[in-house]
Design a protein around this ligand. Structure first.
Ligand SMILES: *[C@@H]1O[C@H](CO)[C@@H](O)[C@H](O)[C@H]1NC(C)=O
Length: 273
């Protein structure tokens, strides 16, 4: 990845870190995700703490579940002591639901539980989060709404209500919708743009869209295709972040595959620039 970024930033020496290079190009940050089980690996943590490479951290799993904040706090504290931005993740998701997410609900009782969850968690981390992933993965591949417990009982209104609740709990954090398979223009990307408009139509604030890009070497879209796809989101008045980026290849790795992988990583980062 250092090589890939250096190749689009010829004026920055290859020794410059990823975040240093990204910020020099006008991007907000270059970051990484982490999780509690990894924090005992000292070599890994030394790399994680290198703020030349990583200006931002997202906790992979530890800010969900219950109002047990210990694990989430560990990563928030680590980011703070390193002077790194924190992207907080995630408030409303159909997966890994805490016990309150299972049960017999009505619209009113589930809305109350969802609002209580959002208000408690956002308030706990108030002032620490550059951004919150407010709603995560609400759509199917074809752009229709996922039949989650939230959608079943509340309907699409759960999304704008979640954003309004998060905004009330922390007016200063950026509020994101986050999902995968958005790297290509198409039904799902269009549906997320419609979610942005839905939230805005409720008079609620949405500041960004996060794209989880899971790509395959040689099949990743071109820089220009990705750039115009990202522009369709920013045209709605929101920022964008590539919140996950992995471009996998089938082993054994060859020089040709590694060169293509480098080009593919470069194209995604260059599309952001
Ligand atoms: C649930 O209640 C909310 C808030 O009153 C409303 O916006 C939404 O349309 C309701 N959903 C259903 C399925 O009735």
């Amino acid at each position: 990845m250092t090589l890939a970024l250096a190749s689009i930033l010829p004026q920055v020496t290859q020794a410059a870190g990823l975040d240093v290079a990204a910020v020099a190009k006008g991007l907000l940050y270059f970051g990484t995700a982490t999780d509690n089980p990894e924090l005992t690996d000292t070599a890994y943590v030394a790399g994680l703490k290198n703020t030349d490479d990583f200006g931002q951290i997202t906790p992979g799993n530890s800010q969900r579940n219950t109002f047990a904040f210990t694990k989430g706090d560990m990563i928030a504290d680590l980011a703070a002591s390193n002077g790194q931005q924190l992207t907080c993740h995630t408030l409303v998701w159909h997966s890994q639901l805490p016990n309150w997410g299972i049960g017999s609900w009505t619209n009113e009782t589930l809305l109350a539980a969802m609002k209580n969850q959002i208000t408690n968690v956002v308030t706990h981390y108030k002032g620490q989060c550059y951004a919150w992933d407010v709603v995560n993965e609400a759509l199917n591949e074809d752009g229709s709404y996922r039949d989650s417990v939230f959608y079943q009982h509340i309907g699409p209104a759960y999304i704008p209500i979640a954003f309004a609740t998060a905004a009330a709990a922390d007016p200063d954090t950026k509020l994101y919708y986050n999902d995968y398979s958005l790297v290509y223009a198409g039904a799902k990307a269009t549906a997320v743009q419609n979610i942005v408009k839905l939230v805005q139509s409720y008079g609620a604030r949405i500041d960004g869209v996060g794209l989880q890009d899971h790509l395959i070497v040689g099949n990743a879209p071109s820089q220009s295709a990705q750039a115009s796809n990202l522009a369709a989101f920013t045209a709605l008045g929101v920022e964008v972040a590539i919140t996950e980026l992995d471009i996998r290849l089938t082993l054994p790795a060859t020089d040709a595959l590694l060169a293509q992988q480098s080009t593919d990583y470069r194209n995604t980062v260059a599309a952001c620039v």
